[in-house]
Write a protein that binds this ligand. Structure first.
Ligand SMILES: Cc1cc2nc3c(=O)[nH]c(=O)nc-3n(C[C@H](O)[C@H](O)[C@H](O)COP(=O)(O)OP(=O)(O)OC[C@H]3O[C@@H](n4cnc5c(N)ncnc54)[C@H](O)[C@@H]3O)c2cc1C
Length: 624
């Protein structure tokens, strides 16, 4: 059977890749081990969080599915860092993980141009380093000019619980062994990572009355720009907070020798920012307690996910440790925690399109590229799906820049720096945080979604109305000035706004202090016509206008810098501040411009700046 694009995997990356490709009109096949598990959440029943929320919003603004699905299946919504600036706020939702899976499976199966096969891919068809198709364990061969591998933690997956080891992709599912071995033969650099998950507890055996209640926000903040905020009112469930104690720590510590990560049984590197409980106790022994979030896995609230207690300790220790925690004295474990080791593709093997450099038409996306998290996976899956489909259509690829999207930062970090530990997104990884906010992802990216055909006309009409209103309001505020007349100063005083002493730009008047709709419309009554979404943008853009303008100027400067030619025969090796690795790469590649240099893996913006300074110094010396 012939397809244009084949996606191996039905996880968060595989779903977005398949949907994007099929929705762009390209004949697509998803091959996945268990159709039942399309959209399964291997770990916590939650989507979003700090910086991860940005990724979900961006996936949504480009026409992906994750945000819509989360809004429909979410059971609690919160804005994290709500008291901090808008650049670092993050939306997070608990999901009903069963409902999430069913929703995603139904969307996938109801999408035109998209077929699904429950099979295990065991090899690829490659001719002259050009991908031609996929073979499966049932003996089928499916042909396609593009293949996207989104195998998650399944490649040579090996589960650890105490000294028990089991090959599996995740608990209860086959590992992908043949495909992993096949990939090793392609000459692509493959590494080994690990991650882990906690036990799931029978909810009726837990006493939540002794725990702190953590409610959702009212009103709940939805993820998707396409969700009708006025009618968005999901029933929200609380989560609970409890703590480990000295007894818990002693149980864990006295069993370190039975933990695979300390006994040397695990070889892969784990996620630094999501450590197991045994790792936390060993690294932070002085802390008297660690927080445990008790999160419902579904709306029926039959099992709790005990966030913060990821472990690969033996099952008897898991039970003892769980039962030492307040409210869980009688807890019964339904599913035990475990660690999993798996193969990943070193992402420096990839271009910015996520196509492998060695095999034409072969893409990889998601956890298989060394990342961790549903959101990081969805973002890469979407971009791989888009770029595979664009390539089928002989169109230019879509590469998001670092100043345009967190997705741009994610992919650029991966393909230029590579990773030796599971990579997760943080706001600190983005240089232009004030430009890349969750709240303006639609303004930044929806034009791409429209051009790709991933956003429908109804949404785009609504979006254009919002964008026109916002442009009009911001143009007024940045181009018009107000003078400190007696009347105006009286108005400012009446709303407790900061006084002005000279002719001032409207934007700077609004940007000072804490302006809200009421204050703004007291000064500019005409602005009352703007709805809450536009008003939110007006207030944020005004408040941070000076910083935003500065970041925009830096981006222009960088764009100009990248155009600079590197003289032929330019000598790198005596430039201090450049690492030997970077010098070697630049000498080998002899890039003609700073832009070409920026495309070389490992060449950082700081290194470019150093080379730039040296080019200028050389030009000055020559002109003397
Ligand atoms: C035990 C565990 C703990 C985790 N802990 C965390 C955590 O603490 N924090 C966090 O952010 N993330 C965690 N994750 C990671 C999170 O689950 C993943 O980042 C996310 O699911 C990755 O999405 P993906 O689409 O790349 O892969 P997955 O969701 O793993 O999906 C992979 C898909 O590929 C399919 N597949 C694999 N091989 C083949 C084949 N040969 N043929 C056909 N189909 C194939 C599978 O059936 C599956 O559908 C954990 C994952 C696991 C397993």
């Amino acid at each position: 059977m012939n397809y244009d694009v084949i996606v191996i995997g039905g996880g968060h990356a595989g779903i977005e890749a398949s949907l994007a490709s099929a929705r762009m009109g390209v004949k697509t096949l998803m091959i996945t081990i268990l159709a039942e598990q399309i959209g399964a959440s291997s770990c916590n029943p939650a989507i979003g969080g700090l910086a991860k929320g940005h990724l979900v919003r961006e996936v949504d603004a480009l026409g992906g599915e994750m945000g819509l699905c989360t809004d429909i299946t979410g059971i609690q919504f919160r804005t994290l860092n709500a008291s901090k600036g808008p650049a670092v706020r993050g939306t997070r939702a608990q999901i009903d993980m069963d409902a999430y899976r069913i929703y995603m499976r139904n969307v996938v199966l109801n999408t035109e141009n998209l077929d699904v096969k429950q099979e295990i891919a065991d090899g690829l068809v490659i001719e002259d380093n050009d991908i031609k198709g996929v073979t499966t364990q049932l003996g089928n061969t499916y042909m396609a000019s593009k293949v996207i591998i989104t195998a998650g933690t399944f490649l040579n997956g090996l589960i650890h619980i105490g000294d028990k080891k089991q090959t599996a992709g995740r608990q209860g599912e086959f590992a992908s062994v043949a495909l992993a071995e096949y990939m090793k033969g392609l000459g692509i650099e493959i590494g080994r990572l690990k991650t882990g998950t906690c036990a799931r507890i029978d909810a009726k055996s837990v006493d939540t009355s002794v725990m702190e209640i953590q409610p959702g926000d009212t009103p709940p903040p939805p993820f998707s720009f396409r969700t009708d905020k006025k009618n968005f009112n999901p029933t929200q469930l609380p989560c609970y907070v409890t703590y480990t104690n000295e007894e818990t720590h002693q149980i864990i510590e006295s069993n370190f020798y039975r933990a695979p990560m300390f006994s040397g049984q695990i070889e892969g590197t784990g996620p630094r920012y999501c450590p197991s409980i045994e790792d936390k106790i060993s690294r932070f022994r002085d802390r008297p307690r660690h927080q445990i979030f008790v999160e419902p896995q579904t709306m029926d609230e039959t099992e709790y996910y005990i966030n913060g207690m990821s472990t690969s300790l033996p099952i008897d220790v898991q039970l003892e440790m769980v039962q030492s925690v307040a409210g869980m004295e009688n807890a019964k474990i339904v599913r035990y925690g475990y660690a999993i080791e798996y193969d990943y593709v070193q992402p420096t093997e990839l271009k910015h399109t996520l196509e492998t450099k060695k095999i034409k038409g072969l893409y990889t996306a998601g956890q298989v590229n060394g990342t961790t998290g549903y959101e990081e996976a969805a973002a890469q899956g979407l971009m791989a799906g888009i770029n595979a489909a664009l390539s089928v259509q002989n169109k230019e690829p879509l590469i998001l820049r670092r100043d345009e999207a967190y997705i741009g930062v994610l992919i650029d970090d991966l393909v230029t720096k590579g990773t030796k530990e599971p990579y997760r997104m943080f706001t600190s990884r983005a240089e232009y945080r004030l430009l890349l906010r969750e709240d303006n992802a639609d303004i930044r990216l929806s034009h791409h979604g429209r051009d790709l055909g991933l956003l429908d006309d109804a949404y785009m009409e609504k979006f254009e109305v919002k964008k026109t209103a916002l442009d009009e309001a911001l143009a007024f505020l940045s181009q018009n000035y107000v003078t400190p007349t007696k009347e105006f100063l009286a108005k400012l005083a009446s709303i407790n706004a900061v006084k002005i002493n000279e002719k001032t730009r409207w934007m700077d008047v609004i940007g000072r202090g804490d302006f809200d709709r009421n204050k703004l419309t007291t000064l500019l009554p005409d602005f009352d016509k703007y709805d809450d979404e536009v008003m939110e943008q007006i207030l944020i853009e005004s408040k941070y206008s000076r910083y935003i303008e500065k970041q925009q100027a830096q981006i222009l400067q960088m764009d100009e810098m990248l155009k600079i030619k590197i003289p032929t025969g330019f000598v790198y090796n005596n430039i201090s501040g450049l690492s030997n690795e970077i010098i070697e790469k630049l000498e080998q590649a002899t890039p003609p411009t700073l832009f070409s240099a920026s495309q070389i893996s490992g060449v950082t913006p700081a290194a470019l700046e150093i080379v730039h300074v040296h080019i200028k110094m050389r030009q000055r010396q020559q002109s003397r």
